[in-house]
Write a protein that binds this ligand. Structure first.
Ligand code: PMP
Length: 441
């Protein structure tokens, strides 16, 4: 019996003992193609020698120094690099240890900004129904995933809600994408006006949705419209790029592809690429300047912020991405994977949608392609596909159809940026077998 409180308390997962490239190995010697990089984390694959060497060098030099007393060169270098390559006009970076902490930090930073700007009446966030922004109580309240929130609802501060941008289900028969997008933006602006724009801290959204729908890209113009509404009503726009950021969609930030810049952006998973736990929040210079000029501090902090070894890992990850031109590779390999998925699953009677950006792609499964009716939740098709895939030495990230009863089962594919064409074709072939076994079974 394990003393760890595992995700599944009734069943022990296999024990991971090693990894190289896109392959992970368990204690029985079985190998798995990591086609989801865990949960879109291991973007350089496993055992990358340059990242490991950078971590060793930093451990030897200075493994830890509390930020109440010190900064470190490596954290400063990482911050410089993130600002230089970040969205327009970012003025500062705050380091944390993961995605939930990053979102919690983003929410608190936005609130403190308004307090210091003399608008303390701003007390609520507006976010989307089909969303996930982290598992800590603040981030959980802003997210719209009812299943994750159920037990904790009385403890949460709920955000105001609008519809997600989810064309496959939201854009009805005969409706143009432009009309669909205009309707969503109209709903957002109406909600902002109804609540009173000066009561709202920020609009919070994931540019390409990861864990609550599977690689759902925005419709053209959606985020430009969001930016306009936020500007018109003087509310901040927080982009949650914990999953879709750091190159996963083919650009360092997914929101960059929409031609707009957020006021605050949170990143995590791909930042340390799994070599160390690290997340970061980038904030617009107006926010950083306001705090600098007023209280002179951000009222926040964790013991491990700016951890030097985590910063060294993240800096090395950034350097490898640039040196090996991996963003361009994500574009090319993503297009190839997309073609392979279209070929194998495009006409599949139970695959309703294939979508995503870069190496962040998903399949949505439906019982009926015509009506888009999902499989019954009790079938737990996503879990069955994950299990059948693991049995075949393949890791894909499963998601259930839970939100508003409107969402089918999904699997997310987010292989490391270094995946080869041969590995991609092996991934798709194993996935096809796993899907058949799960649906027939
Ligand atoms: N935001 C988004 C968009 C995420 O996908 C996740 C993790 N799946 C989080 C926040 C929370 O990140 P973490 O699990 O590192 O706390």
């Amino acid at each position: 019996m394990s003393h760890i409180i595992h995700r599944n308390l009734r069943q022990m997962p296999p024990t991971a003992v090693g990894g190289a490239g896109i392959v992970l190995r368990d204690s029985s010697g079985k190998t798995y193609l990591d086609a989801s990089s865990g949960a879109a984390v291991s973007s350089l694959g496993h055992g990358h020698p340059d990242v490991i060497a950078a971590m060793h060098r930093q451990i030897d030099r200075c493994a830890y120094a509390h930020t109440a007393f010190f900064t470190t060169e490596v954290a400063e270098q990482l911050a410089d690099r993130l600002i230089a390559g970040g969205p327009q006009d970012m003025g500062g970076v705050y380091f944390v240890s993961g995605g939930s902490e990053a979102m919690e930090t983003a929410l608190k930073l936005a609130r403190q900004y308004w307090v210091e700007a003399g608008e303390p009446q701003r007390t609520q966030f507006i976010a989307r129904r089909q969303s996930y922004h982290g598992n800590t109580l603040g981030a959980l309240g802003v997210g719209g995933n009812e299943w994750r929130k159920r037990a904790f609802a009385p403890l949460l501060k709920e955000a105001l809600r609008v519809a997600p941008c989810y064309a496959y289900r939201g854009c009805g028969e005969g409706m143009s994408l432009d009309d669909y997008t205009a309707g969503l933006l109209d709903e957002l602006e109406t909600a902002v006006i109804k609540a009173g724009p000066d009561t709202i801290i920020a609009f919070v959204a994931e540019p390409v949705v990861g864990a609550t729908g599977g690689a759902i890209p925005p419709t053209p113009g959606y985020f430009q419209g969001v930016r306009d509404i936020c500007d018109r009503h003087r509310i901040l726009f927080i982009a949650d790029e914990v999953m879709c950021g750091m190159g996963r969609t083919g650009s360092m930030y997914a929101i960059g592809q929409e031609g707009v810049a957020p006021d605050i952006v949170a990143v995590a998973k791909g930042l340390g690429a799994g070599y160390q736990p690290i997340g970061a929040v980038l904030a617009h210079e107006a926010i950083v300047d306001t705090l600098r000029q007023r209280s002179g501090m951000f009222q926040h902090g964790h013991t491990y912020i700016g951890h030097p070894v985590a910063a060294a890992a993240a800096l090395a990850v950034q350097q490898v991405i640039e040196r090996d031109d991996l963003l361009a590779q994500v574009g090319r390999r993503g297009a190839l994977l997309r073609r392979m998925l279209d070929e194998v699953f495009g006409a599949h009677e139970h695959v309703g949608d294939i979508r995503g950006r870069g190496l962040f792609l998903a399949l949505e499964f439906v019982r009926d392609r015509e009506t888009k009716a999902p499989f019954a939740p009790e079938v737990k098709l996503h879990a069955a596909i994950k299990a059948e895939a693991m049995a075949r030495g393949l890791l894909v990230y499963p998601m259930g159809g839970t939100i508003d009863g409107q969402l089918g089962d999904h699997v997310l594919l987010a292989p490391p940026f270094i995946v080869t064409p041969g590995e991609l074709s092996e991934i798709v072939s194993r996935l096809a077998d796993a899907v058949e076994a799960a649906i027939v079974g």
